[in-house]
Design a binder for this molecule. Structure first.
Ligand code: SF4
Length: 431
């Protein structure tokens, strides 16, 4: 078994063209003398992507159509001797075409292997931007009416130094090897057939459009090589002008480990972990107040995380922050049932009502203007909005809680506020 594969049994349907792409990729890497740990394989959503668990390389699984963008970020952060390979389907390449073109234009140092089986296989056989004219899919049983994109031509136009198209039969590892040797962007489009949907929908592979209707006819059809030729998918290897691969300028910075420890200016009595949710309204400083609490906690020697939640329309509706404070490093920043829930507005109450209902302990700190909801938490009521105004209710609420619990010294919080941009306008110590 190859040292690039942990499991030789690949997870695809019998006869799927993806098998050969993996075997040829492995052969190309072996020909280059690469080491598995010098390779990062970034996969996309699609049948091809479930191969992650087979590879002995580093693997990263991306969102549908976004694997090139993800891989570009990885490649920019790695030294040039590392190989970054993207596996993407024709569906993913359609969704993420702009990412592919931008990576080609920037000449990012990665190799994109497009598994072009001419339809979305994993989702049931729908057409993609690489489905050729006349090819039958579940949505176009009469034959796909549009021309397909020509990916190699597109990336070469965008500035890629290397592009190739191969029919996915036999040994095409040498083309993959050439692509992997390019210092910069390379794309290899591999033509194949999804045996589950492509063959089922095109049993005769009759791909010539019907002369009358222009749609896929029932002509006895060619096989994969002929299909490629008939549909304008000519195999070939093309090169563009060579230029340096895009590498962001690196700043020489000391490693975090080399830096002297920052001594906390304050101290906190917190021995373990405390979770707090601050729920209010957009435009009322919820996120800023939560960040200032996190800064104050760090100044008191704690670890802190803050997660934000708000609608896509950021200027209206609820605004919620989840905060974790801990004496030890935080490896999970999720909060299911908080120790303290602070609600400063009706929007925040509506957003957190379900979680409040599920609280079996802890403290619910509620603005005086709000109805008291069903909860198993201890309820405390304070007139946050009346005392500090709607705009500063969240800030005042956190200060109130710190004064009551001392989990982070209020002075640390006041200092963080004073050093922030809002410190020029307000002085919470007077509240
Ligand atoms: S459904 Fe199609 S693309 Fe997916 S593994 Fe099976 S043959 Fe391959």
């Amino acid at each position: 078994m190859s040292r690039f594969l942990i499991k030789p049994e690949l997870p695809y349907c019998k006869g799927c063209g993806h098998h050969l792409i993996v075997r040829n990729t492995v052969k190309a890497l072996e020909a280059l003398g690469a080491s598995p740990l010098d390779v990062v394989l970034v996969t996309d959503i699609g049948c091809h992507g479930i191969v992650d668990g087979n590879f002995a390389t580093h693997t990263v699984h991306g969102l549908h159509g976004r694997s090139v963008a993800l891989a570009a970020g990885i490649a920019m952060g790695l030294p040039p001797e590392k190989k970054v390979i993207v596996y993407i389907g024709d569906g993913g390449a359609t969704i993420g075409l702009q990412h592919i073109l931008e990576a080609a234009r920037m000449n990012v140092d990665l190799t994109v292997v497009v598994h072009n089986n001419m339809l979305y296989g994993m989702t049931g056989g729908q057409p993609s931007g690489l489905t050729p004219t006349g090819f039958r899919t579940v949505l176009t049983p009469q034959g796909y009416p549009l021309p397909h994109h020509d990916l190699p031509r597109l990336v070469l136009d965008a500035g890629a130094p290397f592009a190739a198209r191969v029919v996915g039969l036999g040994d095409f590892s040498d083309v993959l090897r050439q692509a992997l040797e390019v210092e910069g962007f390379a794309l290899v489009e591999v033509l194949e057939i999804c045996v589950s949907y492509g063959v089922k929908m095109n049993p005769d592979l009759g791909l010539r459009p019907d002369a009358q209707t222009g749609l896929g006819g029932a002509n006895p059809g060619p096989r994969l090589r002929e299909l490629a030729r008939e549909t304008g998918y000519e195999p070939g290897v093309w090169t563009g002008p060579t230029r340096p691969a895009f590498r962001p300028a690196r700043r020489e910075t000391a490693s975090l480990l080399d830096m002297p420890p920052v001594l906390p200016k304050h101290s906190s009595p917190l021995a373990g972990r405390m979770t707090l949710i601050l729920a209010g309204s957009a435009g009322e400083g919820v996120q800023q107040a939560a960040e200032l609490l996190a800064q104050a906690a760090i100044a008191a020697g704690l670890y802190a995380t803050k997660k934000s939640m708000y609608p896509v329309t950021v200027g209206v509706g609820f605004s919620t922050a989840e905060i974790v404070l801990s004496r030890s490093p935080i490896f999970y920043h999720g909060v299911s049932e908080p120790d303290v829930m602070v609600v400063t507005s009706a929007d925040g109450l509506e957003n957190q009502r379900k979680r409040i209902d599920q609280m079996r302990g802890g403290i619910l700190w509620l603005d005086a203007s709000l109805p008291v909801p069903e909860t198993g938490a201890e309820v405390r009521i304070t007139d946050f909005r009346g005392r500090a105004g709607a705009r500063n209710a969240a800030l005042y609420a956190l200060l109130t809680i710190l004064r009551a619990t001392g989990v982070v010294p209020p002075e640390a919080f006041l200092e963080a506020v004073a050093e922030s941009p809002i410190g020029r306008h307000i002085d919470p110590s007077r509240w």
